[in-house]
Design a protein around this ligand. Structure first.
Ligand SMILES: [Zn+2]
Length: 93
């Protein structure tokens, strides 16, 4: 039979093990949370740009670029680009 001190010792050991398990799980959880973020930001710096014609947000890489008056505009497709350029010219007349 175990005395009171024996039970206390078992509890201390039990909680110490529990603490280390908890600590280990928490540490792994942080790794899981932090690692994918770093990977995504490094491998694909996906910057979103707004199409000034249809107001849609598109990734910069797949956008159609057009330089107008020293500033670059990004469009979702060629059609939007042409419509925007056309509209821009009409506004000036
Ligand atoms: Zn568009």
């Amino acid at each position: 039979m175990l005395g009171n001190t024996g039970l206390i010792m078992i509890r201390i050991i039990f909680f110490t093990i529990l603490f280390f398990i908890f600590y280990y799980v928490l540490l792994n959880l942080f790794k899981v949370i932090l690692t994918p973020r770093r990977r995504t930001s490094q491998s694909e710096p996906e910057e979103l740009v707004q199409d000034p014609y249809c107001k849609v947000y598109i990734p910069k890489r797949s956008a159609v670029r057009k330089k107008i008056d020293r500033s670059t505009f990004y469009f979702c497709n060629q059609e939007c680009l042409e419509n925007y350029v056309k509209g821009d010219k009409e506004d000036r007349q």
